[in-house]
Design a protein around this ligand. Structure first.
Ligand SMILES: [Fe+2]
Length: 307
């Protein structure tokens, strides 16, 4: 592992002992389930903006999952039996199968990424950034603040982290977190009665599968992989950093989506000369707000970071 990557994986949470770390991870999970961004998903414009950020989390989740699949199951030739418990191999293969080939509302096979892209198109969200990123060799320097750090860290973990670290980021930062987080988003969207059926289906599908089927098994797998205190400490540290970066991602999305005042009952942003009030931030109304401006706006949120 390169020095730079090692630094990225270990620089966050050495200040915590085990019990502090567990408490902080649990606090962050609760905190993210109640992030203020969900309460702002009350207009089509806000939902579009949220989805343009969240699509990157949908995308990079697959790299963590593939890293687990590569290490826990056999994905190279010639095939060899896995040395891990059958329950763990089955869980990973089952999650991969669901993520890469679930069913849409009509019962047609589709990956969750493609389903999410369909949901974005349904509400008119812009998919340029995600496809531009994919087509340009997943160059994180093309991404805006918040998204860049989030992906950069998850890619580093997926490529160079220990198996326990990858599993912890995957299970704590994703599988364990998603049912609560998506339930919060779903409640707001249902109240608002916005026309986004594919997004609603996507969220409900994850709440159902992740909480009821994968959650308990995932905890069991993680416990198996963290068979020493040292491994557990490193794994929880990696998960905590991923949670901080998730919060930063939502903070940056919140800054952007509250940077534009939306005309009542319309999905268009108002012009620069309009007065921005309440929790909206005064910023150029250009949909393509500059990276520098967003960095500056995000500063109060980012100051709270521990790393
Ligand atoms: Fe998924």
């Amino acid at each position: 592992m390169s020095e730079q990557k090692r630094e990225k994986l270990t620089a966050t949470t050495t200040l915590f002992n085990m019990s502090e770390l567990k408490a902080e991870v649990n606090r962050m999970i609760q905190h993210l389930a109640a992030h203020p961004i969900y309460q702002h998903l009350n207009s089509l414009a806000a939902i579009k903006c949220f989805m343009e950020y969240h699509v990157f989390a949908v995308f990079d989740f697959m790299s963590l999952l593939k890293s687990l699949q590569n290490q826990i199951t056999c994905t190279s030739l010639p095939w060899k039996p896995s040395g891990y418990p059958g329950e763990m191999v089955r869980l990973i293969n089952e999650i991969v199968s669901g993520e890469e080939s679930d069913f849409d509302e009509q019962g047609n096979p589709i990956s969750h990424f493609d389903l999410y892209i369909r949901a974005m198109e349904e509400v008119g969200a812009d998919t340029f950034e995600i496809f531009n990123f994919i087509e340009n060799d997943c160059n994180v320097n093309l991404l805006k603040p918040g998204v860049r750090e989030f992906l950069d860290y998850d890619f580093a973990v997926a490529q160079s982290g220990s198996l326990a670290e990858v599993a912890a980021v995957f299970f704590y930062g994703r599988e364990h977190l998603i049912p609560e987080m998506f339930s919060s988003i779903l409640r707001v969207l249902e109240q608002e009665e916005k026309p986004c059926p594919t997004l609603l289906y996507y969220l409900r599908r994850h709440i159902e599968v992740d909480r009821d089927e994968h959650g308990p098994l995932a905890q069991k797998c993680l416990a198996y992989l963290c068979d020493t205190e040292a491994k557990k400490l490193k794994a929880l540290s990696a998960a905590l950093k991923a949670l901080y970066l998730r919060e930063q991602l939502w903070d940056c999305a919140l800054v952007e989506l509250t940077s534009f005042r939306v005309q009542p009952n319309k999905s268009q942003f108002v012009g620069e000369s309009d007065v921005v009030r309440g929790d909206c931030v005064e910023v150029s109304p250009s949909r393509n707000a500059s990276v520098a401006k967003l960095t500056c706006l995000a500063a109060p949120f980012l100051e709270r970071r521990r790393f």
